[in-house]
Design a protein around this ligand. Structure first.
Ligand code: AMP
Length: 444
């Protein structure tokens, strides 16, 4: 199976140089590697946590989508979608919210930072804290677990959230007795720079210190670069390249040889004005062709909408069947089906209590089935079938009551084969229960 990589950008502002160098560019590179299935999304539900300006949200969704595409994302190859186009995301978020301890959220960095600031200001610790901010690690967990991503490239500040995602996934798997969720791994991009902003702090929408990537054209980029804070050393005086924000940004866009040359020039006294000019030229080399594509896309928002709708349809091919499975797991089932785990004895009787096969599509869109016992417990989970007819034949073979003809034992484990392929495996100790249920079905 391919490695699933997932990343999102919050749509609460205009994409900046840091988003590009720290997220978009490395993600696009990663998506072209063999064996990688990339899921890239616009985190627009997350944006609502930080921003209550509808115009800004709408504009940012467009800008960020256009940026990804202009920067070279192949929307056919990756799954590229808007978070809010997938109704399964908030549904999963709620299921996860119901298994997440409040204490876990109390420990989240973003929430704790707000509380600490409030304590300093001597106001209520939860002043200005919405439930969105408090529980956003759960929404993030839903984003990741919806597609069972294996790897999530993040900055160091997000490691804690990934750990929380793993905790939540484990808890759900444990409570509902199945391997529903893969435990995702964080992928720290050591060689991806964190770009400083105009004032030297991390470039961030929240600090209002960003260099816009495409918006405003070459003029806006240049104007922002000219505002990068430097020390007061005059032209001719040697500069400390390593300690300068200008050099950090330059290095993120240059080859090692170009960066070394720039560094030497600074150390030999290059003036800050000339250094800024060189930085502008280097940035333009990479960004100018993309900016043109960006402008074309922004002039045709319906084209962007089409791409995003196609992406949502592709994503929902995975999220919809997976959600159906999760609904089944937690007991959100059709009224005619018998109650499962946790049902009262009375409930079981009322529901009929017959063993039955249940077919479903797994998160890869492949066909599988389960045999559920009289109390709704899982007795058998099939392998995956690309062809639904093959799955149907396997069910028929099991229903026919000739279990021993399908069975081979290997130590403690049993395999069931139909048409020369293994269709399910189970622990040998569960065979008596399976036998009982199949006999009952054959008699029906
Ligand atoms: P955000 O806008 O906070 O949702 O960030 C979107 C992506 O851009 C995340 O992967 C961030 O790690 C990345 N990013 C944001 N700011 C910077 C920065 N100053 N330098 C490098 N990467 C950044």
């Amino acid at each position: 199976m391919n490695t699933r990589v997932l990343t999102g950008i919050t749509t609460s502002g205009t994409p900046h140089l840091g988003n590009y160098a720290g997220a978009i560019r490395p993600s696009i590179r990663a998506s072209t590697q063999a064996g990688v299935d990339a899921f890239y999304f616009l985190a627009d539900y997350h944006a609502l946590i930080k921003c209550d300006d509808p115009q800004r949200i709408a504009r940012s969704r467009l800008e960020i989508a256009a940026t990804w595409i202009a920067a070279g994302l192949d929307a056919e190859r990756v799954t590229f979608y808007r978070q809010s186009d997938l109704p399964e995301i908030p549904e999963l978020c709620w299921m996860l919210t119901c298994v997440t301890a409040k204490g876990l959220m109390n420990r989240a960095h973003a929430y704790k930072a707000s509380v600490d600031q409030n304590l300093l200001k001597q106001v209520d610790p939860d002043d200005g804290v919405t439930m969105g901010l408090f529980s956003y690690p759960i929404l993030m967990a839903a984003d990741i677990l919806m597609f069972n991503a294996h790897k999530v490239p993040v900055g160091r500040d997000q490691i804690q959230h990934l750990e929380m995602t793993r905790d939540i996934a484990q808890r759900f798997n444990h409570l509902y007795g199945g391997d529903y969720f893969v435990l995702p791994e964080v992928q720290i991009e050591e060689d991806v720079a964190t770009l400083p902003g105009l004032d030297g702090r991390k470039m961030s929408k929240s600090y209002d210190n960003t260099i816009p990537l495409f918006e405003g054209g070459a003029g806006a980029l240049r104007a922002a670069v000219m505002r990068i804070v430097t020390d007061s050393r005059a032209p001719g005086e040697p500069k400390d390249a390593e300690g300068s924000h200008l050099y950090t940004i330059y290095r993120a866009f240059a080859s090692p040889a170009e960066a070394a040359q720039f560094r030497t020039q600074l150390e030999q006294g290059l003036g800050w004005g000339d250094a800024k000019q060189l930085l502008c030229e280097r940035l333009e080399q990479e960004l100018a062709p993309m900016r043109e594509r960006y402008a074309e896309l922004m002039a045709r928002p319906e084209r962007i909408e089409d791409i995003l709708q196609a992406g949502a349809a592709k994503a929902r091919k995975l999220s919809a069947p997976f959600m159906a499975r999760l609904r089944e797991a937690v007991g959100l089932r059709a009224a005619a089906k018998p109650a499962g785990k946790g049902a009262s004895a009375k409930g079981k009787g009322a529901a009929g209590g017959k063993a039955r096969f249940v077919s479903f599509r797994d998160e890869q869109g492949l066909f599988r089935f389960r045999l559920l016992g009289t109390e709704g417990q899982e007795l058998l989970l099939s392998e995956s079938f690309a062809d639904p007819k093959a799955a149907g034949r396997a069910v028929q073979a099991l229903r026919s009551g000739v279990l021993d003809e399908l069975l081979s034992l290997e130590g403690q484990s049993a395999a069931l084969s139909v048409d020369g392929r293994v269709v399910a495996r189970l622990a040998a100790e569960h065979l008596p229960q399976l036998r009982g249920a199949l006999a009952e079905l054959a008699a029906q």
